[in-house]
Design a protein around this ligand. Structure first.
Ligand code: SF4
Length: 495
């Protein structure tokens, strides 16, 4: 740790999650998995915007020399009187450093406001706030209140952004005051832990995943066998660690100790452990196939989210569709492909809604894999564009879910590892088929990468945009082609 400005608020929060994280950061940072930059970028953008919530404000510029930030803050507090807001006001006391997102100064008193880009409050945010309260009070500040400001998911943008509606501010003064002794104890423990010269012994626990998945997860879980309680689908994370601490770790342990599991979870473990044959119930699969009629329209959307909605009618973090792929399967075996990818930097919703109305008749059988997502997207487009609503809602109402035979375990194999997600089902049905291998795609291998890639197109050169757009089309195209192949396999086993 930085000798002089040892423990910052972010380090304190890491230490509260697990003190070993800070030790690892200091001594073995090469073992950390890289984080998602887009989360940090969102936090920065939201933080910058929130500065205007209380009107005029003065920013304490970031400086590697934290002492400069502290002295700038002191000057700003002393040189003016009356109500004002200082962003990134910085304080130091006995090895503890914090920059307050927004410090409201009212004469002799001040209020701390911590800004979060999420739509709800996590316990760790209160720890963060308590640390700041502790440091400021030790610095002799008279604190009137301590609050958390976060995004209000019910806000709907119309015209100019309304910061007083986009953000909600909640007072946590009393909760934070009750935590001050805890802060002192935590700081002592974190410091003690940091004194270890050898890697400290710290067993894995729920804190490896809550409140955030730790960057050292893979390193600290390296002793876990390949098939373990951590692989059981649908089992609560807290249960996984509870069983782990009871010594129930491998599938063999599960078979021997019989912990409480659902029928599906037990089936996953037993199928794997006893190498049971595939479960295929043709009559049930046929019942599902009989609900479909040609031509079949295989549909898949890609969406992205904006913490700060850029366009009218959007809520924070609403799923915004920007792309779809459509494979049309005819009874004679012909396969047509259509696709849509919105222009970058525009509101994609109207264009995608119009394209859907052109590509989809109102009376055809539409297939989606996990249809609730596609149905939600179509409903939100119908709400946004009443003139297209009847058509869009007809498409929605025509959707059948290709996931059903797998979800109901009418087709289950060991390779599906207890999951009915297409990312497990597809390789289980077509092992080692390079044509269906998402890993062989360039740049975009899953929905998360597609969202980030589309949102970032605006920051790229025309050549880069062309390449990424091509990769986006390939990725989404594979999603619906995979559905065609999954359906073909269902038909094959019913012959
Ligand atoms: S993986 Fe778990 S034990 Fe390891 S440093 Fe992270 S939180 Fe601590």
């Amino acid at each position: 740790m930085d000798k002089q400005f040892g423990l910052s608020k972010s380090k304190y929060c890491k230490g509260v999650q697990c003190p070993k994280i800070l030790w690892m950061d200091t001594h073995m940072s090469e073992k950390a998995k890289l984080g998602d930059d887009s989360v940090l970028e969102t936090g920065t953008r939201v933080g910058d915007l929130a500065r205007g919530y209380f009107g005029e404000n003065t920013l304490v510029e970031f400086n590697l020399d934290k002492g400069k930030m502290v002295s700038d803050t002191k000057r700003l507090i002393e040189e003016e009187k009356g109500e004002r807001t200082i962003a990134e006001a910085s304080f130091y006391w006995d090895g503890l450093f914090c920059s307050v997102d927004l410090l409201r100064v009212h004469g002799e008193e001040c209020s701390i406001v911590e800004v979060k880009s999420s739509t709800e409050v996590k316990d760790i945010y209160v720890d963060d706030l308590a640390f700041q309260y502790y440091v400021l009070s030790k610095c002799g500040m008279k604190i009137k209140s301590a609050s958390l400001m976060h995004i209000d998911s019910s806000y709907e943008r119309h015209g100019e952004l309304e910061l007083d509606k986009l953000f909600v501010v909640k007072d946590y003064t009393d909760v934070v005051k009750d935590k001050l002794q805890e802060v002192e104890d935590n700081v002592r423990q974190i410091r003690l832990f940091q004194e270890n010269t050898e890697e400290p012994e710290k067993d894995i626990a729920l804190c490896c995943e809550v409140p955030y998945e730790c960057a050292y997860y893979d390193y600290c879980h390296r002793h876990i066998p390949e098939r373990s309680v951590f692989d059981i689908k649908g089992l609560f994370t807290s249960k996984k660690y509870e069983y782990y601490h009871q010594g129930i770790i491998s599938f063999e342990d599960v078979i021997r100790c019989k912990p409480k599991l659902s029928d599906k979870q037990l089936q996953q473990v037993e199928t794997d452990y006893f190498d049971r044959p595939d479960v295929i119930i043709p009559e049930k699969i046929k019942e599902f196939l009989d609900t479909l009629r040609y031509p079949l329209y295989h549909l898949d959307f890609e969406t992205f989210q904006q913490a700060i909605p850029e366009y009218d009618g959007l809520h924070p973090y609403e799923q915004i569709p920007f792309q779809y792929s459509l494979h049309i399967e005819h009874e004679d075996g012909r396969l047509e492909h259509k696709e849509f990818l919105a222009k970058e930097g525009t509101d994609p919703r109207r264009a995608i809604a119009e394209s859907l109305c052109m590509d989809f008749p109102t009376d055809v059988c539409v297939l989606a894999y996990n249809m609730s997502f596609e149905r939600r997207v179509l409903k939100s487009l119908a709400t946004a564009f009443p003139d297209l609503a009847d058509h869009l809602l007809a498409i929605r109402d025509n959707i059948c879910d290709l996931m059903i035979p797998f979800q109901n375990q009418h087709y289950y194999t060991k390779a599906m590892q207890g999951s009915y997600s297409i990312k497990y089902v597809l390789p289980a049905l077509y092992p080692n088929d390079p044509e269906l291998d998402y890993h062989s795609l360039e740049e975009i291998h899953h929905g998360g990468e597609a969202s980030s890639a589309y949102a970032n197109l605006v920051n790229k050169t025309p050549e880069e945009i062309e390449i990424t757009r091509r990769n986006l089309l390939k990725y989404c195209g594979l999603d619906t082609y995979a559905m065609v192949k999954v359906l073909a396999k269902l038909r094959e086993v019913c012959k």
